[in-house]
Design a protein around this ligand. Structure first.
Ligand SMILES: [Zn+2]
Length: 597
């Protein structure tokens, strides 16, 4: 357990705008920052970060909390993991001995990063100094990758033996971690190969290969790609997935270009290491590559924070076109403007840039047609649209694609273009689109407005006090927390009475609700307090209304008891209750007349 003072210190030092800004593209909006919510799909920002209160809230999906909540939800860290990560980053010293499981896990993760960092340096050193690496150096030179680019990408070389890397790191990191990283492979016992016998238990995965480090968004090495230097197979070999490397999240080279991508708002996506490296080394500033997998939601969520426009460079063969059709679906759902850059047959970005130059490559990128237009034309090519049955089949294939377009203007334009090419009327196409909308092939937008169950008066009590904390003592004189019916507002009011004057009240309060269903409600209340125009008047109104409610409730109770006594024919009780009722009414009346000050 980490002591509360240290938790507080970490929370106070870890600036929420800085931390979230690393994952979400934030723009200043008045006192707040605003961006696209990373927790649900959206095209207009409803995700708000408040630097004064150090909290965030999404009005779209209702997710909210403090800096810890964000990392726990976004990175799936546990609470202790979050504390460790932020403590290290913001220079807060943690108590020496903390031996819970998540700490061990975290240390394991940190050791994996460290191992990859050192392995990268080790491979790079072999490339520079070893005579065996001459062929690798030659290879890079032939590809036109100069010294500067070599340094930048951190190229390396894995020696031909079976255990160069293993021997180097086994003492420091232990076999288990080396195996987990995938840099070494467990030797199967039946393998009798003499060379493999030399390496006890395990051997190097990468041997006699040009090594290409793979980084995460923050520039840490998380895996390696190895290219064979002769004619062997496979040509490329990657690290397997490990706790820090996930193909579906990774874009090769992205950490080199992310600032340029953010500035330009656009990115060029290619498919292989050298298809990224060669154009980049020749001056294309905003290019990255997928890791030999299809584009995923994870990729697009990352990209969404940096760019609105994407140009895909791909092979226009049937397999490539099919892959692009799948990608198109995804891009449309996220509202990207996506274009299709087509290279001459037989070329990839690597060969094309070396042969025709970077200016020509950029020209293709700039003049790339919308992927939607490109796909539509490819689909139409497959049909003989002079025949009615084929025309219908073609429309049936196009309509679901058009239905996914999020942008109204683009949607209209696409209908007009498509109808034109197919020689049908816009109205006919619209009718087909309406059918598909009715049969709900279109996914309903994900945005869900969370309804709150907190009574409105109680919301106002809390927000008014949060807006002007000088009113707390006045509230204390007139309202008891137990008078509030909702458990959340009750807790907040109690806390306000105890430590409401603390400047980090909101962020601290949110810690008491980590992982609770109420956390989003709470962050919403905290954000809402900004909207209270006149907190004093608001509080006054609330006090009056709460007193009225209390009075009505008391009257109701008495009436019920009186009826009860009547039924039991309990004369004594009845007299007593009626007397009490009279007195009560009088007192409440006086109270209501005399306005509280
Ligand atoms: Zn959201």
């Amino acid at each position: 357990m980490i002591p509360e003072e240290i938790v507080n210190e970490i929370r106070q030092r870890a600036d929420i705008v800085e931390v979230i800004g690393e994952f979400v593209r934030l723009e200043k909006a008045g006192q707040n920052y605003k961006g696209l919510c990373p927790f649900h799909k959206e095209k207009t920002p409803s995700f708000i970060v408040n630097p004064a209160k150090q909290i965030f809230h999404c009005y779209g999906c209702g997710t909210g909390g403090n800096v810890f909540t964000f990392l726990m939800k976004h990175e799936q860290y546990s609470f202790p993991e979050t504390l460790h990560v932020l403590a290290r980053r913001f220079g807060v010293r943690l108590p020496e001995k903390s031996d819970d499981i998540s700490t061990q896990q975290l240390q394991q993760t940190e050791r994996l990063y460290q191992l990859h960092l050192e392995a990268g340096a080790f491979f790079a050193e072999q490339l520079r100094s070893r005579p065996e690496a001459k062929i690798a150096r030659e290879y890079l030179r032939k590809r036109g990758i100069d010294e500067e680019a070599q340094q930048r990408f951190g190229f390396g070389y894995a020696l031909p033996g079976w255990d160069a890397l293993r021997r180097k790191f086994i003492q420091k990191y232990g076999e288990e971690l080396l195996l987990e990283s995938g840099l070494v492979i467990k030797r199967k016992s039946e393998e009798g190969d003499d060379a493999r016998q030399m390496a006890v238990g395990s051997y190097d995965r990468f041997r006699d290969r040009l090594m290409i480090p793979i980084h995460d968004e923050r520039g840490r090495i998380i895996a390696f790609g190895g290219r064979i230097l002769g004619d062997g197979q496979p040509k490329y070999m990657n690290s397997p997935e490990n706790p820090i490397f996930h193909k579906s999240k990774t874009l090769f080279g992205f950490h080199h270009v992310k600032d340029a991508v953010r500035r330009a708002g656009t990115i060029v996506l290619v498919e292989g290491y050298f298809d990224m490296i060669v154009p980049f080394a020749h001056g294309v500033p905003n290019i990255a590559a997928t890791m030999g997998t299809a584009l995923t939601d994870q990729h697009l969520r990352t990209l969404q924070r940096y760019a609105q426009k994407v140009t895909l460079i791909f092979d226009p063969d049937p397999a490539g076109v099919n892959a692009m059709m799948k990608a198109l679906d995804l891009f449309l759902t996220y509202g990207f403007e996506v274009r299709a850059g087509i290279l001459p047959t037989g070329d990839d970005p690597d060969t094309f840039v070396r042969k025709s130059g970077v200016a020509e490559f950029q020209r293709i990128v700039e003049h790339a047609p919308l992927l939607l237009d490109f796909i539509r034309d490819r689909i139409i090519e497959r049909y003989d649209t002079s025949r009615l049955d084929q025309q219908i089949a073609c429309v049936n294939q196009l309509v679901p694609i058009i239905a996914k377009i999020q942008n109204e203007v683009e949607w209209r334009a696409q209908i007009a273009k498509t109808a034109d090419v197919l020689h049908i009327t816009d109205a006919a196409l619209l009718a087909e689109l309406r059918k598909i909308t009715r049969t709900a092939t279109i996914q309903p937008r994900e945005e869900v407005k969370t309804a709150t169950t907190i009574p409105i008066i109680e919301q106002y009590v809390v927000t008014a006090l949060l807006k002007d904390k000088r009113l707390i003592s006045k509230a204390q004189a007139h309202i008891q927390p137990d008078e509030l019916s909702h458990p959340l507002t009750r807790r907040v009011l109690k806390a306000l009475f105890v430590y409401g004057d603390k400047s980090d009240f909101e962020a601290k309060m949110l810690d008491m609700f980590q992982g609770s269903q109420f956390q989003g409600e709470l962050s919403r209340l905290f954000m809402r307090s900004e909207e209270v125009v006149d907190p004093e008047v608001t509080l006054q109104d609330c006090i009056t209304k709460l007193h009225q409610q209390r009075f009505e409730q008391a009257t109701l109770d008495l009436t019920r008891k009186t009826q009860d006594a009547q039924e039991r024919k309990d004369r004594f009780d009845l007299d007593f209750l009626l007397e009490q009722k009279n007195q009560d009414l009088l007192r409440k009346k006086q109270q209501l007349m005399r306005k509280p000050t």
